[in-house]
Structure formats: C-alpha cells, structure tokens
Design a protein around this ligand. Sequence first.
Ligand SMILES: [Zn+2]
Length: 248
Amino acid sequence: MSEKIKITKKKGGQIQFMAEGITPAFANALRRIMISEVPAMAVEWVEMHQNSSALFDEVIAHRLGMIPIGFDPEKFNLADDCKCKGKGCPSCEVAFSVEKSGPCIVYSGDMKSSNKDVKATDPRFPIVQLLKGQTIKLDAFTRVGTGKNHIKWQAAIASYSYSPDAVNEEKENINVCPKHMPSILSRKKTVVDSEKCEICRLQSNPSRFMFRVESASGLDPEYIVSRAAQILAQKAEDFKKEIGRELS
Ligand SMILES: [Zn+2]
C-alpha cells in the first residue's frame, strides 16, 4: 500500500493532516513518538538568589519549567548525548536570569536569555506577582529532554481519528446525519465535508487517518511530525542492526 499525506489545515502552532495507506499500529506509534520522544527545551535547574514573593521557591521553579522555550533543535543536543556528558555546556544548556522588584507581575518576557536565539515562545506567561518591597532574583538553566521523562518536555499534543469514507448515496444514515443537511436541502445527497461528518463515521476507513498536532513546545508542528517519523525510522534501523547481529 502506498502512503499519501495531505495537510488539510494549518493555523498558528497547529496542523491537521490526512495520512492514507498506513495501519493503526503505525499511526499510534507516530502519535506516541510525537508526544513523548521528540526532544524539546525546558527549564531544568533554578538557582534562587532572592525570593521575598508570596510563592515558595519550588513553586516558582515549577512554573519556570512549564514555560515553552523556543529554540533551534538542530543546534542543541540532548544532555545525555552531549560531549559534556550532561554537565551542561552551550550545546545543551541555556541560562536565563530574572531580577525584578515589586509592585509588578513577573512575566516570561522578563527572563533574560544568555542566547539571543532562545527565549520563551510568548512573553506573556505570568510567573509571580510581586507586591511593594518584594524582590525576586534567580538564574534558570534549560535542558533538552523528552516527554517520557517529564511533561515539561512534551513536544506536542497529538491525536488522530479514522477518516470516514465518502458515503454511498443510497445509505440510510446520510438522511439522519446533521452535517449533511445542506446537501439534502439542495436535493443532492452527497457528502459536503466528510471530515466534519459525525454519523457517517460508522463507515470509517482503518487505513486513512486524520491527525491533529498542536505544538506544546517551542517547535513547529511540521517539524514535530517529521522528527517523529525520523525517530521511528531510526528505531527500525537499530532493530534491523540488532537482529542482523543476532542472526549472523
Ligand atoms: Zn553539553
């Protein structure tokens, strides 16, 4: 069976695409890799120098960790794969500093980066509110990691559904499916938008999938999909090598 892929919607950090000619097992493997194995960047270590805010150090560190960080994935290594062996170096780590005094709200835009190409995906994530006389001063260090180790490194929210086949005009369900109303009114019983169809999903095609991928990190959804496919191919390659060694 030959595979066919068509992007049907693209908006901001989201894409929707149809993949045809694949099996449910393949679709699910791709989904799981997008969620838990595509590397993303997040704050991993925080040095708190001063904190007279109402929040505990741990709560602020946790909030920093959940802020998605935009970065070029080709320029950073996973900490474990880095030549520094995970100690932290410019190839696997970026430092941010925050220093603010109240009254104000500290936002992700107040995180000063040591690398001009790496910053929070949006400057408006609130971190902590400071009252008059309260101060916060900290250094935060990011790491590249994967969602299977911590949700803060989850690259995307990914899901799929079977895509319905075009419905046979003679089938009864076309008359009760509300999404077909416009076509019925025009006396033509044809599928208007098979992707939006609800009742006709009874005739789902198990080799055609509608994927929805929303970036939850600083990565583009298109990159996440192609990186997931690359990781899956690498797994197959590694398996082939292992089995070759075992059989030889
Ligand atoms: Zn390193």
